[in-house]
Design a protein around this ligand. Structure first.
Ligand code: 0A1
Ligand code: ZN
Length: 878
């Protein structure tokens, strides 16, 4: 490992030597020189420790006093990243520290920084130390009081965590102040402050016990109307947490602020959530249905953190999934209740397979609860979030609805106000239900995606069906051998008429409520009393995050696609069929051979697309073929992205040829004659129309192209407009050029909408795209310091354009590395996230693999990389 910093290890965890009970902060805001005074009530927590060590990061100490007395020079030592006070009293004492910070040069967007003309903070994971010296670790919980003082004209709005206490003018000056008090003890990573000249919308919510809560959403002036959907989502989230989990909101006010410069999606600071504006602002003219769903999901996610993360927080950063996996599970459940449960599940599994599976299969694989890190910022991963949520979902499958709720209730009761571990979490479920979760715990410590192989055989004489099941988890960095895990497999034995067959008994594994509990490396389940040969439908609803290989014939798959009572597995059958075809087709392309069209499969897709009994959003999912990256993941080694693209295009062309006419009829029938609505059913019809149109243009059918051009031109909402434009860009059709120019012109003053355009420009699968991306970096709306712009243009190129990022000449890799080398000096977090586009480089064919490696090595050779970038590059090359 080329890293100079020492790693942090879970086994080294020790309780803090000191605790801090109260924190009084006083901010004197100034763009270039903000003064921060803190008064800390400190108390020793272990015996015999003489020195108090507080951490800092790029701080400048102004003064320090202990119990009111200035410290002499020899009594402390201050550097920009630590403040050590020697020989502190063994009884509680008060420490007062004043520092000066410069928000205007804070391009890392951690700590206190400027966004537009406003001030805002981001403290998770370790940003509070960029504001003042502190015990900046999540197991130090304190009650915060925050006073903010600023120029009235520059920052009429002054916000911090908790309830507002006092505010007013400072007589004889052009400044004013506000004091906020948060009565709930919290770790420093949940601290927040926002100040600026902002617009606001307000509302109210009455909690289940009758408490009145004021709700506010702040945004850039002029964007207030675009906050209405977020406010509505917030109120629905608050009500849902009461009914689904019995959790009520606890302060007098809940505030959301939308900012344009933010490294991540949003942040759950107590009572003062700060959001990337793309997850707040949404109206039909500027946001797609997917944007609306994302706003709803992220609003819910951050709100739900109030109980899972804030009231009960993490003991240390290794426990990150304790709050993230659980909160993702909660927001997924919320969205399922608000929309279609099967469609939400399909979308979530797509995300898991696209983001987490490759992570688990590559050099960045790590357990859901890691045991070592060099840079905690790099562990806000798909594994911690999405696989972490899958673990909670499996827990619910294993314990049942009631057992799960009992466990959650006990967890909330027992640990409110504490900073806890995964063991505490699992103990609550064990103690509430008596179920032994010792083996289940392995899901947190073993990395890698388990593979389950299933083989079935039917004995018509005995009327028994035997299902042999094997599990195996491939080696991952630092873990060569693995133990068998507890894998809950929801299943059905589908009979000839599509209904599940019953069975009288099952031996060889615990089988309960249509769930097989696979707990050993190999088990054979024998079902007796099975009246005829079944087709097994396994891992229904994706009941476990594993890769399943099952000996289903093509006709079995088409049968499940047409008849399975589990909608998820109908979709899965289509995906499995498609991916088998696409992998074989890619192989044929590489060998220069031809492969026949599978007409029964295409016909079955056509049938499902037309089936009015099924909801349109589901049919849209069925029509969406696996993407190029999905195919690459399935192939796994010696990947040739050009061959994959040609194979996928070939299948699409056959589909358009064979069912294009039927899809056109379907498309025309889906044209809305009523006013636009954001509801899930209307969104489903738009999604199906876009999915049908996307396939119809594959063979360049003139009538289909005319439809897509007209859809772009006549759209009365962003979903239709962007859907059409995206079809033109991805095909790619020549018609895209005037349409892209029109889109740029139409939305030139709207950065969030222009991001969609940057992203499409960067995803065009054509050789000129890299030059186009380079040119767009000079576009007046592009900013090399805004994370949203960077992700839209550079991120979409690197992760959304398989053939052009993976150009055979390596120019895509070199471009990204050059960009990141420069970005790393300004924003290490965003740099590290973009670097992840290289995570599957070892799976590429030799030529590309060598070029990717050379590019990574070039970055590795840079002397002054951030710890964020250094950590990712080192692991990627290890
Ligand atoms: N806790 C947040 C994620 C988050 C993490 C780090 C950040 O620093 C820039 C910001 C946000 C969540 O899960 O939403
Ligand atoms: Zn979260």
């Amino acid at each position: 490992m080329a890293s100079e910093t020492a790693p942090v290890r879970l086994v080294d965890y020790r309780v803090p030597d000191f605790l801090i009970d109260t924190v009084e902060l006083d901010f004197h805001l100034d763009p270039k020189a903000t003064q921060v005074k803190s008064r800390l009530a400190v108390r020793p927590n272990t015996e015999g420790v003489a020195d108090l060590t507080l951490v800092g990061d790029e701080l400048k100490l102004v003064s320090v006093t202990l119990d009111g007395k200035p410290l002499e020079a020899g009594a402390y030592n201050a550097t920009s990243d630590s403040l050590v006070i020697r020989n502190v009293p063994s009884a509680p004492f008060t420490l007062e520290v004043e520092v000066e910070i410069d928000p205007s040069t804070n391009t890392k967007l951690m700590g206190l920084y400027r966004t537009g003309a406003a001030y805002c903070t981001q403290c998770e994971a370790e940003g509070f130390r960029r504001i003042t010296y502190f015990l900046d670790r999540p197991d130090v919980l304190a009650v915060y009081t925050t006073r903010i003082e600023a120029l009235k004209a520059e920052a009429p709005v002054l916000l911090a965590n908790g309830n507002p206490q006092q505010s007013g003018d400072i007589p004889g000056t052009d400044r004013h102040f506000a004091i906020w008090h948060d009565p709930f003890p919290k770790p420093s990573y949940l601290f927040a402050l926002v100040a600026g000249d902002l617009g606001v919308i307000t509302d109210r919510f009455t909690t289940m016990s009758g408490r009145d809560v004021e709700l506010r959403i702040y945004c850039e002036h002029g964007k207030e109307e675009r906050c209405a959907y977020a406010m509505n989502a917030l109120k629905r989230s608050m009500r849902w947490d009461e009914t689904a989990f019995g959790r009520e909101y606890d302060l007098d006010i809940f505030v959301i602020v939308a900012v344009s410069d933010f490294n991540m999606g949003a942040m759950e600071n107590k009572g003062l959530n700060v959001f990337n504006d793309k997850y707040v602002l949404a109206d039909p003219d500027t946001a797609t249905d997917t944007d609306f769903a994302n706003v709803e999901g992220v609003i819910a996610h951050e709100y739900f953190h109030n109980w899972t993360g804030n009231r009960i927080t993490c003991r240390d950063w290794f426990q990150l999934c304790l709050k993230e996996g659980l909160t993702v599970f909660r927001d997924q459940e919320f969205s399922s209740d608000m929309r279609s449960r099967p469609v939400k599940r399909i979308a979530d599994v797509r995300t898991l397979q696209a983001r987490q599976f490759p992570e688990d299969a590559g050099p960045l694989a790590h357990p859901v609860r890691p045991e070592i890190y060099y840079e905690i910022n790099n562990f806000y991963t798909a594994t911690v979030y999405e696989k972490g949520a899958e673990i909670v979902r499996m827990l619910k499958t294993i314990l049942g609805e009631d057992g799960f709720r009992k466990g959650m209730d006990l967890y909330f009761d027992r640990h409110d106000g504490q900073a806890v571990t995964i063991e505490d979490f699992l103990s609550a479920f064990h103690d509430a239900t008596g179920v032994d979760l010792a083996q289940f715990h392995l899901w947190y410590s073993q990395s890698g995606t388990p593979e389950v192989v299933a083989r079935g055989s039917y004995d018509p004489k005995q009327k028994t069906y035997s299902l042999s099941l094997k599990q195996n988890c491939p080696p991952t960095p630092g873990q060569t051998t693995k133990k068998p895990m507890h894998i809950p497999l929801r299943f059905g034995l589908v009979g000839p008429n599509g209904d599940d067959l019953s069975f009288s008994d099952a031996t060889g594994a615990r089988v309960e409520d249509n769930v097989i509990h696979l707990t050993e490396a190999e088990q054979t389940v024998v079902f007796s009393g099975v009246s005829s040969l079944p087709v097994p439908s396994l891992i229904r609803g994706f009941s476990a995050p594993v890769r399943l290989s099952v000996d289903l014939s093509p006709s079995d798959l088409l049968f499940l696609l047409r008849t399975d009572s589990d909608p998820f597995n109908r979709w899965q059958a289509a995906q499995t069929f498609a991916i088998r075809d696409l992998v074989a087709r890619t192989g044929a392309k590489v060998r220069g051979e031809a492969l026949d069209t599978n007409e029964p499969f295409i016909d079955a897709l056509g049938e499902v697309a037309e089936a009015d009994a099924l909801e349109p959003a589901f049919r849209a999912q069925i029509l969406q073929l696996p993407g190029e990256a999905d195919i690459a993941r399935e192939i796994g080694r010696n990947v040739d992205p050009d061959a994959i693209a040609r194979a996928r295009a070939e299948l699409r062309i056959s589909m358009a040829g064979r069912i294009g006419g039927r899809l056109a009829v379907l498309f025309d029938s889906l044209q809305s004659k009523t006013a636009f609505s954001t509801d899930a059913a209307s969104a489903g019809r738009r999604a199906l129309a876009n999915a049908a149109l996307d396939l119809m243009v594959a063979n360049r059918d003139r009538a289909a192209i005319e439809r897509v051009v007209a859809r772009y031109r006549n759209a009365d909402n962003m979903t239709d407009r962007l859907g059409a434009l995206s079809i033109m860009a991805h095909a790619p059709l020549d018609e895209r050029l005037p349409a892209l120019a029109d889109f740029e012109e139409r939305y030139r003053n709207d950065p969030l909408v222009l991001d969609k355009w940057f992203a499409l420009e960067a995803s065009v699968p054509a050789p000129e795209t890299l030059d186009r991306v380079r040119a767009l970096m000079e576009h007046p709306a592009f900013s090399p310091s805004n994370p949203n712009r960077i992700r839209a243009l550079i991120g979409s190129f690197a992760s959304g354009n398989q053939t052009q990022f993976n150009r055979a000449d390596g120019a895509g890799y070199d471009f990204l590395i050059d960009f990141l080398r420069d970005l790393d000096r300004r924003n290490p977090q965003t740099t590290a996230r973009l670097l992840i586009s290289f995570r599957s480089w070892r799976a590429l064919e030799t030529g590309r693999r060598n070029r990717a490696e050379a590019a990574l090595k070039r970055l590795d050779a840079v002397g002054n990389l951030s710890t964020d970038a250094r950590d990712i590059v080192a692991r990627m090359l290890a």
